[in-house]
Design a protein around this ligand. Structure first.
Ligand code: TYD
Length: 134
């Protein structure tokens, strides 16, 4: 996939003086059926996460709390998004390398994923990822 297919997706936001609410429905607000949800938390200052691509997995990445930066790379172009709103997701299609940095204290990175965990779906070596694109 190309970087052009990576995009911010605005999510529904039900505003209320007693607290806001956002919901996400599979195949409605994200272009896939949701098979898995996971989240990163207690990330120490200066940590870098990601450093991989997925063969088949699609994801929506959300800053459920706090903020972080995500750099996506399709092997030709790169772009960095600063994520800091719980009602905006970043859609990451297949075969995109990601690096996640600059986590704020107390941040929570939530991921909705199109498949269950499968280590065989990962490229964890950037050279192997580039070779697979050819
Ligand atoms: P990884 O995807 O490499 O994390 P990140 O991209 O955030 O740096 O996963 C870290 C570890 O957690 C790795 O050993 C695999 C394991 N893991 C699971 O067991 N299930 C999951 O759903 C995920 C996302 C990771």
């Amino acid at each position: 996939m190309s970087l052009d297919q990576c995009k911010l997706i605005p999510l529904p936001k039900i505003s209320n003086p007693k607290g806001n609410l956002t919901f996400i429905e599979g195949q409605q607000h994200v272009p896939f059926a949701i098979q898995r949800v996971y989240y990163l938390y207690d990330v120490p200052g200066g940590a870098e996460r990601g450093g991989h691509a997925h063969k088949d997995l699609q994801q929506l990445i959300i800053a459920a709390s706090g903020s972080f930066d995500i750099t996506l790379d399709d092997g030709r172009k790169k772009h960095t998004w600063h994520m800091n709103r719980p009602y905006i997701g970043l859609y990451v299609p297949t075969m995109i390398w990601r690096e996640i940095t600059n986590f704020s204290s107390g941040s929570v990175l939530m991921v909705l994923a199109s498949n269950r965990y499968d280590e065989a779906d990962y490229y964890r070596n950037y050279t192997d990822f580039l070779a697979a694109l050819k």
